[in-house]
Design a protein around this ligand. Structure first.
Ligand SMILES: [Ca+2]
Length: 303
């Protein structure tokens, strides 16, 4: 009886010892696989630094970044802090859109020797894709060739340029909508920053489309303007608004008020010195252009 108890007790001991051994082995293995606490903290600190730098470049919900003010991604991360030869920030642009260097766009605290570094002391790299950007730290092994421990943000790249679409609507003076306007009625111009200075480009209008569009526009605020074309009832009327492009596409609707056109035209002689002078009546909006290329006021001599 006593022997039986002893043998059963030693059996339990053996099982307990085996179990304990497994536990110890498992804990040791986990300790080897997982980075120590300080490495986790460094990884987190690095990720936050990358996030802050990306905000400085492309902006966030409340602030336009370097890209919006300057019109391009900075050539280096150090350019977020110090402007090289960029013009100073100004809102003296269409729609009071700010342009020029408005930095620092990121705190200088993360810099060592003029470079942004990760928590392991290695320089953070700005990766440029096709209209996209990403930030990378080499990770604890300080080696970009071994990417499995790198810290990257965002994992998919962040787009830096997008498409602006503009619908231009004609409305009566009483505000009722008449219809959509196309490139026979208006031209649509999008203002952007180029090296911190205002520039502009015309949006195009495909046949049959109901919107004007412009691609490859940098993220940020843009003044968008619709101008009535000479010879239409919208002549010399312009409307505009500010659109904030934050991703791949943004849309804007502009309303152009149709005004009663009281101009009955001015009679001119088209090409009076040419072989076939011709009397015609032109709209006031194009009169200066006609006189500028040699047309004369009044009918031609033979008419
Ligand atoms: Ca690495």
């Amino acid at each position: 009886m006593g022997k039986g108890i002893r043998s059963r007790a030693s059996g339990w001991l053996a099982i307990c010892a085996l179990f304990l051994g497994l536990c110890v082995a498992s804990v040791a293995q986990r300790a080897l696989a997982a980075p120590p606490e300080s490495e986790m903290a460094k990884r987190q600190q690095t990720l936050e630094r990358l996030q802050g730098l990306l905000r400085g470049i492309v902006g966030d919900a409340s602030k336009v970044g370097y890209l919006g003010d300057m019109g391009a991604v900075p050539e280096s991360l150090a350019a977020l802090v110090a402007a090289s030869e960029a013009p100073g920030y100004s809102t003296a642009n269409r729609g009071f859109v700010g342009m020029g260097f408005n930095g620092p766009y990121a705190p200088a605290a993360g810099m060592v020797g003029g470079q942004y570094v990760d928590a392991w002391g290695s320089p953070i790299v700005l990766e440029m894709g096709d209209a996209a950007v990403r930030l990378r730290s080499a990770g604890p092994d300080r080696d970009f060739d071994t990417a499995q421990d790198d810290v990257v943000f965002p994992v998919g790249m962040k787009t830096t340029h997008g498409r602006i679409e503009v619908e231009v609507v004609a409305v009566d003076p009483d505000g009722s909508q008449i219809g959509l306007l196309d490139d026979g009625d208006v031209l649509v111009r999008v203002y952007s920053a180029a090296s911190g200075i205002e520039t502009s480009a015309l949006a195009s209008h495909a046949a049959g489309a109901n919107r004007f569009s412009l691609d490859d526009v940098h993220l940020g605020r843009h003044y968008v303007e619709a101008v009535g074309l000479d010879g239409t009832d919208y002549s010399s009327i312009a409307v505009g608004d500010v659109l904030w492009l934050k991703g791949r596409a943004a849309r804007l609707k502009l309303s152009l008020v149709l005004e009663a056109d009281t101009d009955t035209g001015t009679v001119i002689c088209h090409k009076p010195d040419g072989p076939q002078p011709r009397t015609k009546t032109v709209h006031k909006a194009s009169l200066d252009a006609h006189l500028g290329h040699g047309d004369a006021l009044g009918p031609c001599a033979d008419d």
